[in-house]
Design a protein around this ligand. Structure first.
Ligand SMILES: [Mg+2]
Length: 207
């Protein structure tokens, strides 16, 4: 497998995983790196897959960016069962590895949070471990972010946690908590592992 693998998870659903993954993918491609982003499993809307596909210059069809999509807005395992379907860890891994053979960097976005059930026998943590992926933990930068982020780090195996970074998504208006969270997190996790994502107007993201 040739590609560097990054996995994007978050402290909750709807925290900015897709935005960060899309920005990273576009940034790497602007610098001439053959990067692509995948959302292997999704449920409810298929918007994430479309955004990631666009961020990578549409080099892959949606069916490869997001091979498993289920209609119910539930954890993917349950959404799949409602369509009498099953996704297994070995299938998801095989797909990601096949794509990774053709690119320099592959960013994989989970669905929901670290332990949200993605398929019959796996969640995002299982993918991170099996892929030995570098992990980004996306969290809204607000009061409570330190605890939420550290809980995710606690849930990661030690080797994965040691290579993981935090992405704090800036609020529209910074407050005392958002200004001091990066320092508190750096004290616990070490320097150089806290990334700050600026606040972006929602309309700019979908334009
Ligand atoms: Mg998303």
């Amino acid at each position: 497998m040739a590609a560097h693998l990054f996995f994007v998870t978050g402290t909750d659903t709807g925290v900015g995983k897709t935005v960060f993954t899309a920005l990273m993918t576009a940034h790497l491609r602007e610098h001439g790196i053959r990067a692509v982003a995948l959302k292997p499993v999704s449920s409810g809307s298929r918007r994430d897959g479309r955004i990631l596909r666009k961020a990578a210059g549409q080099v892959l069809p949606l069916e490869e960016v997001n091979p498993w999509h289920f209609r119910a807005p539930l954890a993917p395992r349950e959404a799949a069962r409602r369509e009498r379907q099953r996704v297994r860890l070995c299938q998801a891994l095989a797909h990601i590895r096949r794509v990774a053979e053709r690119f320099e960097v592959v960013l994989v976005e989970g669905a929901g949070g670290l332990l949200s059930p993605l398929g019959e026998d796996f969640d995002s943590r299982d993918l991170i471990v099996a892929l030995r992926a570098r992990t980004f933990v996306v969290c809204p930068n607000r009061l409570g972010a330190v605890n939420q982020t550290l809980l995710v780090f606690e849930a990661l195996p030690r080797a994965a946690a040691a290579r993981a970074s935090v992405v704090l998504v800036s609020p529209r208006r910074p407050d005392l908590a958002s200004r001091t969270n990066p320092k508190l997190l750096a004290e616990r996790l070490g320097p150089g592992r806290i990334w700050i994502m600026p606040w972006l107007a929602p309309k700019k993201l979908t334009a």
